[in-house]
Design a binder for this molecule. Structure first.
Ligand code: ADP
Ligand code: MG
Length: 243
């Protein structure tokens, strides 16, 4: 239901993604791991066209989009059908938690304020942030801000959720609350691409794990296969260094 085909991206001479193709089933939670600088963020950013690759398409639902072209219509489709959560929460500082979640519904989905508010409150409840609806980001902890960012992404009812190291900017004691919310969202059947350094979390929340190295998928299997029986030397070395 989500298909990435022949995705290639380089920055100058630095080939970051080298002809990557992936088929992702509806409801799959795909954990993406690999050394730093290996193209994990770039992969997510190309899928929703925050970066423009030289080549590649993404198919979401029954629509295939050429990511190397800059068609405003395609961009709108991607904004409507993908949700992204970043390492740094990227909330609008001048908007309350509620207004942050409402924004995309009003601007991208063209909903009325009343309708947007209703959905936003529902999503804030899901992430346990309804009591903070009228707070500004600067008055929220990092974990709370990230939960609002998740609510904002979910409110759009994206066909795919892209999470780029959603806990790595958090103080250790705040990681758990965000992981709990992601686990809950995953259990609702959302399709997700999840980049994280939290290997234990990836192992338990994903049903598929991909190891990316030097622009290639070098490992692709169930968490058990990839973590317990990696076939690639680079992957084995990566895990050895982590322990
Ligand atoms: P990861 O998320 O796996 O750590 P990234 O996707 O952020 O890796 O980066 C992959 C490579 O692309 C790195 O070598 C990085 O320096 C390079 N890169 C990423 N973004 C840019 C950019 N905007 N301009 C130039 N090089 C970039
Ligand atoms: Mg990254």
């Amino acid at each position: 239901m989500i298909k990435i085909d022949h995705l290639s991206k380089k920055f100058n001479d630095n080939v970051v993604l080298d002809d990557i193709s992936l088929d992702i089933k509806k409801g799959d939670v795909v954990g993406i791991i690999g050394p730093s600088g290996t193209g994990k963020s770039t992969l997510l950013r190309c899928v929703n066209r925050l970066e423009t690759p030289e080549r590649g398409t993404v198919t979401i639902g029954d629509k295939t989009i050429d990511l190397s072209e800059k068609k405003p219509k395609d961009l709108l489709y991607l904004r409507q059908n993908t949700g992204m959560v970043f390492q740094r929460f990227n909330l609008f500082e001048k908007k309350t938690a509620l207004e942050n979640v409402m924004e995309g519904l009003i601007v991208v989905k063209k909903m009325s304020k009343a309708q947007a508010r209703e959905i936003a409150i529902e999503q804030l409840k899901l992430v346990g942030m309804a009591p903070w609806a009228n707070h500004y980001p600067k008055h929220l902890s990092g974990g709370q801000q990230q939960r609002v960012a998740l609510a904002r992404a979910l409110a759009m009812k994206p066909q795919i959720l892209l999470l780029d190291e959603p806990t790595s900017a958090l103080d250790p004691e705040l990681v758990g609350e965000v992981l709990d919310v992601i686990r809950k969202v995953a259990a609702q059947g959302y399709t997700m691409l999840l980049v994280s350094h939290e290997m234990n979390f990836i192992r338990h929340v994903s049903n598929r794990v991909i190891f990316l190295d030097k622009g290639h998928v070098v490992e692709d299997g169930t968490p058990k296969e990839v973590f317990d029986h990696p076939t690639n030397l680079r992957t084995q070395e990566f895990f050895r260094k982590m322990n």
